[in-house]
Design a protein around this ligand. Structure first.
Ligand code: GBH
Length: 493
């Protein structure tokens, strides 16, 4: 594998933060420990046959609920600056609202203090998809307006307890995924009368309101650390230079990033095209809500893994009035554009049923992507790439018989991606930080444990961790180009 090349005009500015990320449900396990209440993902994986590839569950995963000290020590030993993890809402509030579980608060106290002791800044996400099951069952979860108050009450407890020790906060992770891409099975969770095609927009509406209210609460409580919102999506490339494809690309931005980023960064309101196309049932913000929402993020935090080529749909744009044919995407989005990944000449990630191979090593588009975000949403506090990663394709793992430590394509993904960020920075894009996904191999939602996004391999029988080559590739970028030194921390026990 070629090493990262030295280029004199590249530099990460002082204060650039970099680290690794995870999410509670994907790594913690211990789902019944110390008063944790069930989340919708416990229910999905236990009760819906085939929801993960081999009916795997989140019961144990990486057991990080118990092994966090080792996990923090292992990243500190490589000089990683920040660990970004999520708090499990149903640990803190086993019913989602109501009584607070002191054991859970004490647990995250210790996780945060351990990070600090090891010289690793804690970064915390409040919601990474693991909704307390009770809220789903009583009022339809994100479809019910009461979610806004319940989320803010949860945020208040967490901010109050840890607000003096967390370097950066993320309220909600990738709402498109839980509002649209991964909808709950039909008729499985009840208590909503909202028609399916409308559900993504009500979910998104409540997400934006919950976020904006939590943002202002954090500011009024005077907590330390930035507060942001995590959007996600790939770079959108027109398939041809036709005007139809240019329009398709614009619609794709509006329907994905713009759905959340326009309200939060531009106008307090949805993109104009969304308002026109989702006509009749796009929820509306009041003027007071618009001013609350506009400007409610300190950083543009975006998860960007890959890219796609967009084109106008063959059949023309269909009216968005009823449910669309693809059950995976109930929203109106795929009636207004379509996309392919076939033309990039990219390495493809692992294909694991039931997921299509969505992941491509499309790092060549990253500088343009970062320019696009800066030019379009003009975030005053800069941009952070809060998740990026690649799972080594199964064929490669088979050939080299080392599913684990030697991950050549993933290594080149990280090297090229970091080079692309350095190029963007040298061209004037204000990139503040990066979080590699993920600290360890973990439960990849409905792909289970087959798809491995970890910087470290995990033996799921012994729970032993091992650094992969790609982890060193990532750290090396900061050794070569960092203004701040990479400082490993060791703590004697
Ligand atoms: C992130 O989402 C998640 O935040 C994280 O929890 C996850 O482990 C990580 O990515 C790796 O996947 O089946 O073709 O319709 C990234 C965005 C959105 C990518 C849903 C996969 C399904 C694509 N993801 N998408 S497809």
């Amino acid at each position: 594998i070629p090493l990262m090349s030295k280029n004199e005009s590249w530099k990460f500015p002082a204060g650039f933060w970099w680290g690794v990320a995870s999410a509670a449900f994907q790594v913690e396990g211990a789902v019944k420990a110390e008063g944790r209440g069930p989340s919708i993902w416990d229910a999905l994986l236990h009760r819906v046959e085939g929801y993960t590839v081999a009916n795997q569950t989140g019961d144990i995963t990486d057991n990080q609920y118990y092994l966090y000290k080792q996990d923090i020590a292992r990243i500190a030993a490589l000089g990683v600056k920040t660990y970004s993890f999520s708090i499990s809402w149903s640990r803190v509030f086993p019913f989602g609202n109501g009584p607070v579980n002191e054991l859970a608060l004490a647990h995250y106290d210790d996780v945060i203090n351990t990070c600090i002791e090891y010289g690793v800044e804690p970064s915390v996400t409040l919601y990474h998809w693991d909704l307390p099951l009770n809220l789903q069952n009583t009022y339809g979860g994100w479809l019910g307006p009461q979610i806004v108050d319940d989320f803010v009450a949860y945020a208040k407890v967490v901010f109050g307890r840890y607000g003096n020790r967390v370097a950066r906060w993320f309220t909600v992770n990738e709402p498109i995924v839980f509002c649209d891409n991964y909808p709950l099975p039909d008729n499985y969770f009840t208590n909503t009368s909202i028609p399916k095609v409308q559900q993504p927009y009500w979910c998104g509406h409540h997400v934006i309101l919950a976020h904006a209210n939590a943002y202002h609460l954090a500011k009024s409580m005077g907590i330390n650390g930035t507060v942001s919102f995590k959007t996600n999506g790939g770079y959108k490339i027109p398939l041809t230079n036709s005007s139809e494809d240019a329009i398709a690309v614009q619609r794709a931005w509006d329907f994905n990033e713009g759905w959340f980023a326009n309200p939060i960064f531009l106008t307090g309101d949805y993109p104009q095209y969304l308002k026109e196309f989702v006509s009749g049932f796009l929820p509306e913000f009041t003027d007071a809500e618009k001013s609350l929402i506009n400007g409610s993020a300190d950083i543009f935090a975006h998860d960007a893994y890959t890219s796609q080529f967009y084109m106008a749909p063959d059949s023309g744009i269909a009216a968005c009035t009823s449910n669309t044919s693809n059950p995976l995407y109930p929203s109106c989005a795929n009636t207004t554009y379509t996309y392919t990944t076939a033309d990039g000449g990219w390495n493809v990630g692992p294909a694991a049923d039931p997921l299509s191979p969505w992941l491509h090593k499309a790092t060549d588009w990253v500088p343009l992507f970062l320019h696009y975000i800066q030019d379009t949403w003009k975030p005053t506090g800069g941009i952070a790439v809060t998740e990026f990663g690649f799972a080594e394709p199964f064929e490669v793992l088979k050939t080299i018989k080392a599913d684990i430590l030697f991950d050549p394509i993933r290594s080149s993904y990280y090297r090229e991606y970091m080079e692309a960020i350095l190029i963007a920075i040298s061209e004037g894009v204000d990139v503040k930080g990066t979080l590699a996904w993920s600290i360890v191999d973990n439960l990849e939602w409905n792909s289970g444990f087959q798809v491995k996004f970890g910087m470290q391999y995990v033996n799921l029988t012994t729970q032993e961790r091992a650094y992969k080559a790609s982890f060193f590739e990532y750290v090396n970028a900061f050794k070569l180009y960092g203004t701040d030194p990479v400082t490993p921390h060791f703590v004697s026990s």
